[in-house]
Structure formats: structure tokens, C-alpha cells
Design a protein around this ligand. Structure first.
Ligand code: ATP
Length: 294
């Protein structure tokens, strides 16, 4: 059996709304998700002993069952009674704990990789059922592209591809706990909910500017209050000519969209030398080929 090598792509949220807190403690969300060209690299090798071994370039990440790559491989092994073990190498490039679903996309990609390596011939629908057992964002990371995500993240509706543009990613040197953000989100009549339906309407019309005007993330109110640097980055992106800038997920990563590469590159170099950004990337949207996993 050959080594399987795959790219695990990050996501940004073009819109993120929280509808309510459910009785079971989960939050019901409505989010517009978009895959971008920033990725981790995953290679999976079969081994003769039954164990799962994970190695990664980031020494502080877990390599046991607490790594989502391990969890995904273990779920596949158990569900399909795979006797062989695997050696997985994970090269992280997506900022960690940053609101870009890094761990979830690694898990989704491992599901694809195990499917291919062991010739399981599972459909996307079967992979989606496994994905939801790992985490709320993992099903979207199996689907990828432009999509509406509802429920706790497991109800997915594909949308027409978002109009192509350049994406600047800036992650400041702070760590934000997703748990902290949700615990400090207090929804009331003054909450400014983004117009998710309006964004979808403009996406269907392929109207980049119209959609961008409506972008919003209800979690920004919590994170920006605690970490003013997020607002500083957003402001600087707009000063640098971004069409829109927004925090992704529960942060602290901020993204900006640009329709002109020269402006985007200028902004990229500005952030590269600025103390505001610890990790800075310039990339594009990524729209997957429905029949092919890259
Ligand atoms: P989300 O956007 O879904 O909220 P995130 O970007 O905030 O995700 P991750 O990068 O997925 O967060 O990581 C959150 C935590 O999960 C990390 O602190 C890390 O300890 C753990 N983790 C487990 N597996 C992975 C992985 N493969 N990559 C990154 N983090 C992982």
C-alpha cells in the first residue's frame, strides 16, 4: 500500500450568527463557511502493527487520542475493523486555536486519507456521518467550499461558490479560548445579528461587494472587548484597501478580502512588518472539485 498525502484546508466564516443556547449547553448557530487556500499537510502510511502513531512539527500539540487526527484514524479503524496500524505525519501551517477549524480539517482529511489508503470506497455521505462523531465543524470540513452551516454545525447546505478574491489572514500573538467566548456571549435584544440570508442572496447573485457589506460575526462583541488588538487589525486592513475585514470563528484570527492582488500584496507586506500580526498569510478562496479530493 502506498503513502497517502493530502492537504487539509482551513476555513473562514463570512457570517457567524448564534441563534440561542440549547438546553444541552450547545449553541445553535447559522454560519456561512468558506474554505481558503491555507492548508496543513498530512501523510498517512500503513504499518504492520495495529497502533496509531502521530508525529507533528508543533511540539506542543498532543500526539495521542487528544489529537483530532488520531481520533479520526481510530474511529475509522474501529468502525471498519482495520487490522493494520498507521503512521501519520501532520505538518501544521494553519494557526492553532485561531478560529480556522485547523483540528477539524485535519480530522476530516484523515477520514478521506484512511478511506483511500484502505480502499474502503466510502461515499461523502458516509464520511459525513463519521465526521459528526468527532466534532461539530468536522462535517463541514469534509464538505468544504461555500456552505451554510446550521444546528450545532452539522446541518449543511452547499451554496454557489463565493466570487473569487484574495484573502489576507492575520493572527495576533494572543490565544483565545472558544469556551471563554461562548460563555461570555449574552444574547439579548441589543445583539447585532448578521444578515445571513442577505449574504446568501448576494452570493447567489455573485455580488462580492453586496455580500461583503453584510458580513458579521456575533462573537466579535465578546472577543474584541477582551482583546482590542482584533479591532486594530480590522481597522488597519480597511486602511490598506480591504473590501471587508472580520474576525473568523471565535478568533482571534482576522481576515480581509481584496479584489485586487497589488492592494492585497501591499497589505500583506504592511502586516508582515507590523507587531499586530504574529502569523500573516496571503491566499485565495479554495473551491473543491466535487469528484476529487486534493
Ligand atoms: P475552531 O475554528 O473549530 O474553533 P480552532 O482553530 O479554534 O478551531 P484548533 O486549531 O482546531 O482550534 O485547535 C484547538 C485545540 O485543539 C488546540 O489547542 C489543540 O490542543 C487541540 N488539537 C487537537 N488536534 C489538533 C490538530 N490536529 N490541530 C490543531 N489543534 C489540535
Amino acid at each position: 500500500m502506498d503513502t497517502v498525502r493530502l492537504k487539509a484546508y482551513a476555513k473562514i466564516n463570512l457570517g457567524l450568527d448564534v441563534i440561542r443556547k440549547r438546553e444541552d449547553g450547545y449553541h445553535e448557530v447559522r454560519m456561512i463557511m468558506q474554505t481558503i487556500g491555507l492548508y496543513d499537510k498530512i501523510s498517512i502510511n500503513p504499518t504492520n502493527n495495529p497502533s496509531i502513531k502521530v508525529k507533528t512539527n508543533l511540539h506542543y500539540l498532543p500526539t495521542d487520542k487528544n489529537n483530532l487526527v488520531y481520533k479520526a484514524a481510530a474511529l475509522m479503524k474501529e468502525t471498519y475493523q482495520i487490522k493494520d496500524g498507521v503512521y501519520i505525519h501532520l505538518e501544521k501551517r494553519i494557526p492553532v486555536a485561531a478560529g480556522m477549524a485547523g483540528g477539524s480539517t485535519d480530522a476530516a482529511t484523515t477520514l478521506y486519507g484512511m478511506n483511500r489508503l484502505f480502499h474502503l470506497k466510502l461515499s461523502n455521505e458516509e464520511l459525513l456521518k463519521l465526521a459528526v462523531q468527532i466534532g461539530a465543524d468536522v462535517p463541514y470540513c469534509v464538505m468544504r467550499g461555500t456552505a451554510l452551516s446550521e444546528g450545532i454545525g452539522e446541518i449543511l447546505t452547499p451554496l454557489p461558490p463565493f466570487p473569487s478574491c484574495h484573502v489576507l489572514i492575520v493572527k495576533p500573538n494572543i490565544n483565545v479560548s472558544t469556551k471563554f467566548v461562548y460563555e461570555n456571549l449574552h444574547l439579548d435584544s441589543s445583539t447585532n445579528h448578521p444578515d445571513i440570508d442577505g449574504i446568501m442572496k448576494h452570493i447567489k447573485e455573485q455580488d462580492l461587494y453586496g455580500a461583503s457589506k453584510l458580513f458579521g460575526n456575533v462573537l466579535e462583541t465578546v472577543t474584541e472587548k477582551e482583546y482590542p488588538i482584533i479591532n486594530d487589525i480590522k481597522t488597519r486592513m480597511l486602511e490598506n484597501g480591504a473590501i471587508v475585514s472580520l474576525m473568523s470563528g471565535s478568533g482571534p484570527t482576522v481576515f480581509g478580502l481584496f479584489d485586487d492582488i497589488k492592494t492585497a500584496e501591499k497589505a500583506f507586506y504592511d502586516f508582515k512588518v507590523s507587531p499586530l500580526g504574529k502569523q500573516v498569510y496571503l491566499t485565495n478562496l479554495f473551491q473543491p472539485d466535487a469528484n476529487k479530493f486534493v
